[in-house]
Design a protein around this ligand. Structure first.
Ligand code: CTP
Length: 436
């Protein structure tokens, strides 16, 4: 019915030369070994959507591990294999000297018993492989081998769903098989500005009624939440989770209130602002969002949430103490004298970046916002131009006093009382001399 589509022109136009050649090479190897090879999943989806994605996932109809070893050899790379799942990761260094990874999976041949006395049918294994996936838009493949390089494989109407901007599951048991797909559906809906289809919406509601999200393991929920918080607009996904009752299903304390929503929208703005300005160090957004989501809760309730999310003891301690720190320091930040940057520095320097950004999101004071911004832009990276070795050259004996003097010299530099290296030396010299 549907016209066969070849996306070779699209691949040529959109892919860097290296990635195009890699796909060509995989196809040629498939021909030589007489196994069909496909590139599948998110890469194909994003190609059709015109979004950048260079994560290549290959599926081989045949021995995927043997294929991966041969391809790795041609690329001068190595293979990490998972025999049980018949998958492999090829790790190699590209022409630019960067390490790249390439996933290779095996599409198993499956035999389906037919009712009555009909013969058992063998389904094309790529079709079965794709059928097991989460949503139609992720169940696309491009054939690379057997003179069909670039042939788009769309068994389940993914192209139509992309046109209609729909997230749809492939079969009615999809969320029962894997309830994390509920959160994935919401995440993709937000990311692509798609809508979850009506039947799929019913299946999500049904799965929530069956308490499938409540029963999910903490680490799987945390992993999906982290993925949501790493996206550009997490708040929209949170609001959608609330609509479905999915936040409540994880833990009632996570439910949104108007106040919490306001806080989370601010968090989103601050995270976006930070990402625009700085690439390093990068915060863990999930920590900031979780501070916001639990902002209305008492400590005992937060403890329950963290247990629900299967926090490790270290994650647990870090989070609870960050929560406390943020509360205390936020109160002091308003009292920093405008000329006392060293004071501001000392308040913020030992707080994890996530806490600093959270305070920025929470404060209503423009002065505090400005202070935090100044800390991030300037203070936190300020270093001295002298070291202990310089103090030794001035004739002083090293000891704990060096640490103290250097620290105070740094504060003087932050407060712009000393600027040049010479001024710093003089400052430290006077302090050491006075202590002798
Ligand atoms: N998948 C699935 N069910 C899940 C998770 C993943 O069926 N619970 C399938 C999807 O079809 C997906 C593939 O496994 O295409 C790989 O998943 P993932 O690594 O999450 O990749 P992407 O779909 O590319 O998502 P992203 O763009 O966020 O990386």
């Amino acid at each position: 019915k549907t016209k066969e589509r070849n996306v070779l022109p699209l691949l040529k136009e959109r892919l860097p030369k290296h990635h195009f050649e890699l796909l060509t090479m995989a196809g040629e190897l498939g021909n030589k070994l007489n196994v069909a090879v496909y590139v599948v999943g998110g890469f194909v989806r994003d190609l059709l959507l015109g979004r950048k994605n260079l994560d290549l996932d290959l599926v081989v109809e045949g021995d995927g591990i043997a294929f991966a070893k041969k391809l790795a050899h041609r690329l001068g790379g190595r293979v990490r294999q998972h025999t049980k799942f018949k998958t492999a990761i090829i790790i190699y260094t590209n022409a630019a000297g960067e390490e790249e990874r390439l996933d290779v999976a095996t599409a198993r041949l499956e035999y389906y018993e037919q009712p009555a006395s009909l013969p058992t049918v063998e389904l094309s294994s790529i079709k079965m492989d794709l059928y097991r996936r989460d949503f139609t838009i992720n169940a696309l493949a491009i054939q690379l081998s057997h003179d069909k390089f670039g042939k788009l494989i769309d068994f389940f109407g993914a192209q139509k769903d992309i046109r209609d901007k729909l997230i749809r599951v492939l079969h009615s048991l999809s969320f029962v098989e894997d309830p994390t797909r509920i959160l994935r559906a919401i995440r993709f809906e937000t990311r692509f500005e798609f809508t979850i289809g009506p039947q799929t919406t019913k299946l999500i509601k049904n799965a929530l009624q069956l308490k499938l999200v409540t029963k999910l393991s903490g680490s799987r929920v945390l992993h999906e939440l982290q993925a949501i918080f790493n996206e550009v607009s997490p708040y929209q996904s949170l609001a959608r989770m609330q609509e479905f009752g999915a936040l409540e299903a994880i833990h009632p304390a996570l439910t949104l209130s108007p106040t919490k929503s306001k806080i989370l929208k601010e968090v989103e703005k601050v995270v976006e602002w930070y990402r625009m300005l700085y690439t390093q160090p990068s915060p863990e957004p999930w920590v900031i969002y979780l501070l916001g989501l639990t902002s209305a809760s008492k400590a005992e309730e937060v403890e329950e949430v963290l247990e629900r999310l299967h926090f490790t003891p270290k994650q647990y301690n870090d989070f609870m103490s960050l929560r406390e720190t943020v509360k205390t320091v936020a109160n002091t930040l308003g009292k920093v004298r405008p000329d006392a940057y060293s004071h501001l520095y000392n308040l913020l320097v030992s707080i994890p970046l996530e806490g600093v950004l959270y305070m920025m999101a929470r404060t209503k004071s423009e002065t505090i916002k400005k202070n935090i911004s100044h800390f991030l832009a300037y203070l936190r990276t300020t270093t001295l131009d002298i070291t202990g070795a310089d103090l030794q050259l001035l004739g002083f004996a090293p000891g704990p006093i060096f640490g103290e003097v250097l620290r105070k010299t740094l504060w003087a530099k932050l407060d712009e009382k000393v600027k040049t290296r010479q001024e710093q030396l003089d400052f430290a010299y006077r302090m050491l001399k006075a202590r002798q």
